[in-house]
Design a protein around this ligand. Structure first.
Ligand SMILES: Cc1cc2nc3c(=O)[nH]c(=O)nc-3n(C[C@H](O)[C@H](O)[C@H](O)COP(=O)(O)OP(=O)(O)OC[C@H]3O[C@@H](n4cnc5c(N)ncnc54)[C@H](O)[C@@H]3O)c2cc1C
Length: 414
């Protein structure tokens, strides 16, 4: 049994703490905020998208990105910074924008997704979170506006076995709320079984279970400022604003801020913030929300009913570590949403939110041992941190326990 220190109380840190306790280790969680899930895990899209995992980096994306940049309602914004972190990330991202690289990464992420789905089912059963996290499995429908784009993906979907290519009329039959749309709709790809849940509620409930566990200690409101190292260079603890916390294994799961913390040990993590927005709009009796989880492929907008709210998540803004709400971007999102699902929710009363996805250029998280003994990594979950957290938590917990990873780690390490 080891004593482990987990840095970060987002979905990745919390699931890691749970996986370590399950294996008989002691855990101290250190979180700089006074509550858990105040970073990227707070109001994300809520999609448990185990099969829709293809990374953003793909052939054709650089050209599309240029078109998106000149469209005022486009999903992408770019603000050049005089920072190496931005340009080195972009160069590495461009190197990943090749068909074969994307296909290989997708295969790996599909395996990670399948393992995550099984890991989540186990956690759900053991932690007994029940129906407190607005979990539903309505399946995921990705809608396409352009016939040529739809024809291309429909061909691939027909051979996949897991996905169904649906015509315009089939999409409306599956999801009647699409009958209201003003958008042109060429068709859609439906993946049954994909789930949605409230990530913030999940984190809060899981934190309650952790606090009730005798092997757990939580330090909320304590920011990690540096590491304690032994004479041999091994990391043996963390310095925090509330004092030193020591441990046999230190697990870095601080989302985007992991980059700055690791840099203090000379480790360069290829993380860059991809800023996104969400709206949480109340649904009442007069509304017709989509019941299936819908992704608007061209606009990169996700729609999911979470309890009695419609959660809409969108946009990829490369504007540095700035999580302020931009009025222009929110107005643009409101326009798109009202045109696509005009009767789905009360958009006038929507709560806006912006978060920073801790993204790697390849779209794959980084898990396992770091280059410094004693320090383990569980970072870089990008656009799919809720989805992948259950898998990466178990992988890291197995490695910390001295066993082999349950999945091949190729493409998932530093
Ligand atoms: C708009 C948007 C929509 C998204 N939609 C989805 C989706 O539908 N499905 C999906 O799977 N994923 C989605 N994601 C991605 C997902 O939200 C992230 O990948 C995930 O939340 C990352 O979790 P994390 O725990 O690594 O980071 P975070 O949630 O950011 O947690 C990191 C924690 O570390 C703490 N911390 C930082 N520095 C320190 C320090 N020095 N000391 C102590 N604590 C520290 C922070 O306060 C924070 O609580 C979305 C993201 C965004 C922005």
């Amino acid at each position: 049994m080891k004593h482990c220190v987990v840095i970060g109380g987002g979905v990745v840190g919390l699931t890691t703490a749970w996986a370590l306790l399950e294996r008989g280790h002691g855990v101290t969680l250190v979180e700089r905020e006074g509550e858990v899930a105040q970073g990227a895990s707070r109001a994300n899209g809520g999609q448990l998208s185990y099969r829709y995992v293809s990374p953003l980096a793909d052939a054709g994306v650089p050209l599309k990105a240029l078109r998106w940049l000149i469209d005022p309602d486009g999903p992408l914004r770019f603000k050049p910074e005089l920072k190496w972190a931005q340009w080195s990330w972009l160069l590495a991202f461009l190197r990943n924008c090749r068909g074969p690289v994307n296909r290989l990464a997708t295969q790996r992420l599909l395996a990670l997704g399948a393992y995550s789905q099984a890991s989540f089912a186990r956690l759900q059963a053991e932690a007994g979170l029940g129906d407190t996290i607005a979990l539903r499995s309505p399946g995921k429908l990705v809608i396409y506006r352009k016939p040529a784009e739809f024809a291309r993906v429909a061909e691939r979907a027909r051979g996949s076995g897991a996905e169904q290519a649906l015509s315009h009329d089939d999409c409306v039959a599956l999801e009647p709320a699409l009958a209201d749309t003003q958008a042109s709709l060429a068709g859609g790809i439906f993946t049954p079984g994909e789930a949605v849940a409230d990530c913030h509620a999940f984190c809060s409930r899981l934190h309650e279970r952790l606090v009730a566990h005798p092997g757990f200690r939580g330090h909320l409101g304590a920011a990690v400022t540096g590491f304690v190292r032994s004479g041999l260079g091994r990391v043996t603890g963390v310095q925090t604003s509330a004092g030193v916390v020591e441990g046999d294994a230190i697990i870095l799961a601080a989302g985007l801020q992991s980059r700055a913390l690791a840099a203090g040990l000379g480790i360069e993590l290829p993380l860059y913030p991809l800023k996104g927005y969400s709206l949480t709009a109340p649904i009442n009796g007069v509304h017709r929300p989509p019941e299936v989880s819908v992704t608007d492929f061209e606009r990169k907008i996700l729609y999911a009913r979470i309890g009695s709210d419609l959660r809409v998540a969108a946009m990829v803004d490369l504007v540095g570590a700035d999580d302020r709400l931009d009025a222009g971007r929110l107005a643009s999102l409101q326009r798109s949403v009202r045109a696509t699902f005009p009767r789905a929710a009360d958009y006038d009363r929507a709560t806006p939110w912006a978060g920073l996805r801790p993204a790697t250029p390849s779209g794959a998280p980084i898990v396992g041992a770091s280059t410094v003994p004693g320090l383990w990594l569980n970072v870089g979950h990008g656009a799919l941190g809720f989805t992948f957290s259950f898998a990466t938590a178990n992988i890291v917990a197995e490695l910390v326990s001295g066993r082999d990873s349950p999945l091949p780690l190729e493409g998932l390490t530093l």
